[in-house]
Design a protein around this ligand. Sequence first.
Ligand code: S3P
Length: 443
Amino acid sequence: MSTLVASPKTGAGLTGAITAPGDKSISHRSLMFGALAVGRTEVSGLLEGDDVRATAAAVAALGAQVERIGDGAWRIDGVGVGGLAEPSGALDMGNSGTGARLLMGLVAGHPITATFTGDESLSRRPMQRVIEPLSQMGAVFQGREGGRLPITVTGPVMAMPIDYRSPVASAQVKSAVLLAGLNAPGVTTLREPKPSRDHTENMLRQFGAEVKSAIEDGFNTVRITGQPELSPQTIVVPGDPSSAAFATVAALILPGSDVTIRNVGLNPLRAGLFDVLRAMGGRIEVLGERNEGGERVGDLRVRGSDLKGVVAPPANAASMIDEYPILCIAAALADGPTEMRGIEELRVKESDRIAVMVQGLRAAGVEVDEHEDGMTVHGGAGKAPAGGCTIGANHDHRIAMSFLTLGLAAAAPIEVTGAETIATSYPAFVQHYQSLGAEVSAR
Ligand code: S3P
């Protein structure tokens, strides 16, 4: 187990420029959709974190040819929709909920059997949310009590198209159903209470599938027409806003900082954190905004700022669902309370992010109230919290990176154990922080 220590930044703040690592959501999908196209898909900028590597190994085990041809450059020779083969061993999805849930959808649309396994964190996470609709489509599941991994899925000879109303706004549930629907005859419909990230819809359209989205009776409603022939694509993966969020907050909370983060994906269903940080008084400028492969991308210039507490709008929670841990860190340095509600989904992420953040913030000397559906952080108006504590990452990369960021602004260093989990989404994190002048090192 590796331990990292972040020490208080002395002197001026962080300065310099980094390039955001490839988007994790888009990287997973590039590999999966490439595997379903007829012909060769070329991907550049792929995130080479542990989660995405697990997906690469899984799609190879399902019959696609997957080859790494350079830094972030991958080539996938697809087998066509309906062409996946039965894997000979279990698919180990490591820490990745996205990999597990989306691939369960894919397998459920094929007449094959596959067993999914994962690490301690993934084996605790609820899979019933995908088992329910995929069973309606004809797949059969065998798993542990409560729908936990390991789970064996057997797809039907012909998946049945369904019309499913999801109780949660979850891109993973939405994508699992749409991916099973890809190989079902006719139209599969998925309704979600709020729009979640739309990478599956956008990318499948680019690959040539018929996907229609509309708001109907207040639900985001997506319809996919099954059994298309998908044509291979050249994909440039944009930088991950969820990873860029860490250096953004680090620069905001350290006075005198001036940091540029290049190539940040700014899809409106992903970029909610930046709006909240601006409402807090954060100086974040978007430079060179452009469209790359159907996604909005820009460079962020972030400067040290006096932040004030706000209410993070629950209505926008889906657009920043992975960013609440790092928002807590900005809130800890802000003037006044920051209220984050309507985020009970955080309790079933890589860790119970509400409980783990509350406990860690208190250990670091930050006052915080826990609610069933969120938390309220009482900021110290720029005054350094005590720090001087050890935080367990709990198999959660975003918890690890959030507390290392707080360590830079605390009065005494913060140590994070289990920090190897950072490699699931951001292998260059320490190197990037060091290059901006932050003191983060292995113990
Ligand atoms: C993801 C969807 C989100 C997010 C996860 C990635 C995706 O999960 O938390 O990190 O790529 O579809 P939910 O869809 O379950 O909210």
